[in-house]
Design a protein around this ligand. Structure first.
Ligand code: MG
Length: 368
């Protein structure tokens, strides 16, 4: 069964909380560029690097983190590596690269295989409550993949979705959108999460064909163009300067980000204004603002995400995927590439697995 059939059946049964917007009929153009393998590698490694730079100080407020560590610009000593300063994975890298492993094995997205991998590959480091709920629903309660995801607008699907774009890049087509929707829904059956994952996948595919950074306004405009028509639910922030807001993620970022850019807020000031935790109403504006301000400079974009946000490993993983897709592996700092352990298991065991999968995914640039 094609992903599109799966998607339309799930929508008909009311199991996917999004509108079947026009994007599902819009074919992505093929990307014949010679630089595509470098961009794919950059996206994947940027994700793993952002996670690894952030996960040793995840959840701290930026001010507390700065007091404890100063400005973080490299991997911190890690207790899972004899306190050596190497880059180790948390849930963001683990779930993204286990998805990639399935994509390579199956030649495309098989959501049930991905769900099985998530529940059987071993301990997931630092996962949130929604992924835990998915694991219980799928593994313990025996629910099918399309009914196991949590009804949650946390950032746990957005952080791991990037690899699903890869099979669609070289040849284009409409499959990207359905794979993004189904891939997202595995762990999070939520309108804002699914719409955000589809929009982010569209951004990644766009970034891989750009020869220079897009203008600052592009990030929000393109995200809203893709996500807006899909959203079915309204949300309210948990606090911050926009506690009275009630609406979709597209409405929120349209209200927040152009104004913050006009006010020339630093990433720290802006993310403090709307908070930068694991809820998508905080994560998405933080990601897009950092990209709008610093997307032309991959190192600075990732450093700002790591230092200036609260859920910093996930925000840096998402920012890292985007700047990696735009600039390629060759533009990522050599010290970060060299210091990345490449584990997908937190405790020792599969060092170098990330780099192996990156090489395979880039080679498979011509995925049929
Ligand atoms: Mg994490």
């Amino acid at each position: 069964m094609s992903s599109y059939q799966t998607l339309t059946e799930l929508l008909a049964k009311g199991l996917l909380p999004i509108h079947l917007g026009p994007v599902f009929q819009q074919a992505l153009a093929p990307n014949p560029a010679a630089h595509l393998p470098d961009r794919i590698a950059g996206m994947l490694l940027g994700l793993a690097i952002g996670d690894a730079l952030g996960n040793t100080s995840e959840g701290m407020l930026p001010q507390e983190r700065r007091q404890a560590h100063g400005e973080i610009t490299d991997y911190l000593p890690n207790r899972y590596a004899q306190d050596q300063p190497v880059g180790l994975p948390s849930d963001d890298t683990q779930l993204a690269f286990w998805t990639l492993e399935c994509l390579l094995a199956d030649g495309g997205l098989d959501p049930d295989h991905v769900a099985r991998a998530f529940t059987s590959n071993g301990k997931i480091h630092g996962m949130g409550g929604s992924v835990r709920e998915f694991l219980r629903n799928y593994k313990d309660r025996g629910r099918p993949w399309y009914e196991a995801g949590a009804e949650s607008a946390g950032n746990g699907a957005l952080m791991r979705i990037a690899p699903v774009v890869i099979p669609h890049l070289r040849n284009g087509g409409t499959g990207l959108w359905t794979d993004a929707a189904c891939g997202a829904a595995i762990t999070h059956r939520d309108s804002m999460s699914i719409a955000s994952c589809i929009a982010f996948c569209g951004l990644l595919a766009d970034l891989m064909r750009l020869d220079e950074p897009p203008p600052p306004a592009w990030w929000v405009e393109r995200f809203v163009e893709l996500a807006g028509p899909l959203e079915t639910a309204r949300y309210s922030p948990r606090g911050g300067a926009y506690a009275d807001f009630n609406g979709t993620i597209s409405e929120l970022i349209t209200a927040l980000i152009p104004a913050a850019l006009r006010d020339d807020l630093s990433a720290l000031e802006a993310c403090d204004r709307w908070y930068s935790g694991a809820h998508l109403l905080e994560t998405v504006p933080s990601v897009l603002y950092i990209l709008a301000r610093h997307g032309h400079d991959p190192e600075q974009a990732i450093v700002r995400a790591v230092n200036d946000t609260k859920d910093n490993d996930t925000i840096a993983a998402i920012v890292g995927a985007a700047v990696g897709a735009l600039h390629g592996q060759a533009a990522l700092p050599a010290r970060w590439l060299a210091g990345l352990s490449g584990r997908t298991r937190v405790r020792a065991g599969d060092e170098g697995r990330v780099q192996e999968l990156v090489a395979a995914a880039s080679r498979e640039g011509g995925w049929q």
